[in-house]
Design a protein around this ligand. Structure first.
Ligand SMILES: [Ca+2]
Ligand SMILES: [Ca+2]
Length: 200
């Protein structure tokens, strides 16, 4: 191979490398802000399905899973079966969207969801007569005498979506966490007013 051929070979390789660089940069910037963790069947207490230290979407199997969230704000989808979810620091959302039971430990900061009708609202609290709740909400209710309506504190961090604060009689989805200093109280994180148009 003479010098000219060598140079043209080098140029060809260099152009390929230059073309490849923008593609790599693009895929790195399109990375999602949370990690998706797919659990493998057969997780145990000794070998749980482990989230990362950051924010994860942890997807269980249809069977029994033992899931460790491992810090961060995680969304856990247990997918049925009899599951055990061990929470760590951070607010975790736990959805059991296919029946079965979910035992939770250390999940005080799991995000509770209540869907129902506003029975009272003021500057410092909102009460909701619920018809549907998620597992963390049910665990809180069980530990506090099953109040219905349930009352949540409105804090400076409470977000009102879809047109601001609701009125008495509105259908809402309330998301709340246990109060940091009083475990018998919950703080509203987000109140979403349902528009009643059948959108679901
Ligand atoms: Ca995590
Ligand atoms: Ca499961």
């Amino acid at each position: 191979m003479n010098a000219k051929a060598l140079r043209s070979t080098f140029c060809a390789i260099a152009s390929v490398a230059l073309l490849a660089v923008p593609a790599l940069t693009q895929s790195a910037s399109a990375r999602p802000r949370f990690h998706v963790v797919h659990c493998k069947p057969g997780s145990t207490v000794q070998h749980p399905c482990m989230g990362t230290r950051g924010n994860d979407k942890i997807i269980g199997t249809h069977g029994n899973d033992v899931i460790q969230t491992n810090g961060g704000h995680d969304q856990v989808i247990t997918k049925g079966g009899d599951d055990q979810v061990n929470c760590d620091d951070g607010e975790d959302r736990i959805d059991d969207n296919n029946g079965g039971t979910v035992a939770m430990s250390n999940c005080e900061n799991a995000i509770q969801e209540y869907e129902g009708t506003v029975t009272a609202i003021g500057g410092s609290s909102i009460s909701v007569q619920y018809t549907d709740v998620n597992d963390p909400a049910q665990a809180f209710l069980d530990a506090n005498g099953d109040p219905n309506p349930v009352t949540a504190n409105i804090t400076p961090d409470t977000k009102f979506e879809d047109g601001g604060a609701p009125a008495v009689g509105d259908t809402v989805k309330l998301e709340a966490v246990v109060n940091a200093t009083d475990a018998t109280q919950i703080d509203a994180l987000k109140v979403e007013t349902e528009d009643g148009s059948g959108e679901d």
